[in-house]
Design a protein around this ligand. Structure first.
Ligand code: CTP
Length: 399
């Protein structure tokens, strides 16, 4: 494979030389691009010697004015290590003021970013926002690790190990575009069940997990239909978003769009009960107490389980106790192929959080815990497992 290695100007740049050597050893071709700041830490000659290719540095000192386009087209993956706070900001905002950032804009393939910086810079709201932008583009972020930093502080900010970055690069190349030509139907967010024109019943779902799944599926080449309850999230790039409010509307849109889908993921937190006859006028505070009589909403996942045909069906189970048993029960009762179980009792994971920690319960009997990670990373891992599970189930059907 042809790896474009972008080196930013941080002390960790010396570790990128090790990464370049490792990639060469694993049989890849490596083309290095350095920022001017990176040259202050490591000489271009170091990379040229390790990779056998001239290191590209200056946008204006090259033979052809369009070399950045050619470089972008000739490589399979763009790995940026170390990505400093400044470089992440320039990538996030689409600046093209040097060779590296110009190639980045011209590059259409998968991007792996390995940040390295001081812990306070890493935790700054500006860097967080830039990180979200890069994650939202479907880029893979590796690290940073925690430990002693060159600035003398201890914390998150160390460049991930070259081995880990090389693994992520190879994985990115392998899993790329494996959903090309398929339609993936995903539901996300809460539903709102009106009680009158101004009030409703809902839940704490933010929709972040479902949106991350939609982005992950789109990054793998799928046509994604995202049926979303009311959330405060921008529509993911390249995804068809259908907005709904109630469980009933969600059910109807799901079945209208089911036909082309080969994979259906029900990550929405659908309200279980609603008021069947909603009053036209605002309800007045006339009595000292009031009680509501609610009817069940349609169980969309259960209906999908009956009508799924040969589609792969993935449900979610948000639980506060007996996580695995509940997930297994839902998998069987709703005829799912996988249930993503998440514990919603803690503060760090589950609703509203950017992080999650889930257990995948499969139809095959396998149970796979995914350790705590960003919802984007969890989404990517879920699709890795969905693709594997589909192969196993197809093979079992053929036997
Ligand atoms: N779900 C659905 N339609 C509903 C309720 C839930 O499609 N009316 C789906 C959710 O999208 C999720 C899964 O069912 O994928 C699990 O939802 P959950 O509310 O946790 O399960 P319930 O079946 O409601 O079971 P319980 O109330 O016993 O936890």
């Amino acid at each position: 494979m042809r790896v474009l290695l972008g080196v930013g100007g941080g002390i960790a740049a010396y570790k990128s030389a090790e990464l370049a050597r490792l990639l060469m050893e694993r049989g890849h071709e490596v083309q290095t691009v350095m920022t001017a700041a990176a040259e202050e830490f490591v000489r271009p000659l170091t990379f040229a010697a390790l990779t056998g290719r001239k290191t590209l540095t200056d946008l204006f000192a090259i033979e052809s004015a369009i070399e950045h386009i050619a470089v972008a087209q000739q490589n399979d993956v763009f790995a940026i290590a170390p990505a400093t706070a400044d470089l992440m900001a320039r990538l996030a905002h689409g600046l093209a003021d040097d060779f590296l950032t110009t190639v980045y804009l011209a590059f259409a393939g998968p991007v792996v970013v390995a940040p390295a910086m001081n812990v306070n810079m890493w935790q700054h709201a500006a860097t967080r926002a830039n990180l979200d932008t890069l994650l939202g583009r479907g880029h893979r972020i590796v690290g940073p690790g925690e430990g002693y930093l060159a600035c003398g502080m201890t914390g998150a900010g160390r460049l991930a190990d070259p081995e880990e970055i090389a693994d992520a690069i190879e994985q990115e190349l392998r899993t790329r575009r494996d959903l090309e030509g398929e339609t993936v139907l995903i539901t996300a967010g809460p539903t709102q069940e009106p009680l009158d024109p101004v009030r409703f019943i809902s839940n704490r779902s933010s929709g972040k997990m479902g949106y991350a799944l939609a982005e992950a599926a789109a990054a793998r080449g799928a046509h994604v239909i995202l049926i979303s309850g009311p959330v405060h999230l921008p529509p993911p790039r390249g995804v068809e978003v259908i907005s709904v409010r109630t469980a009933r509307e969600m059910r109807d849109r799901v079945f209208e769009n089911l036909e082309p889908a080969s994979i259906v993921i029900k990550s929405a937190a659908v309200a279980d009960f609603h008021l069947s006859a909603v009053p036209d006028q605002k309800v007045k505070k006339t009595a000292a107490r009031m009680s509501l009589e609610l009817d069940p909403t349609p169980d969309i996942l259960a209906e999908l389980g009956r009508k799924k045909g040969d589609r792969l069906l993935i449900g979610f189970a948000a639980e506060t106790q007996n996580l695995q048993q509940e997930a297994r029960r839902k998998l069987e009762s709703k005829n799912c192929d996988m249930v993503v179980a998440n514990f919603v009792g803690g503060a760090e994971t589950g609703f509203e959080s950017d992080q999650n920690e889930v257990v995948l319960v499969m139809r095959t009997g396998e149970v796979l815990p995914l350790p705590r990670a960003s919802k984007h990373e969890i989404a990517r891992r879920i699709f890795d497992e969905v693709m594997k599970l589909r192969l196993v189930l197809h093979a079992a059907n053929e036997r």
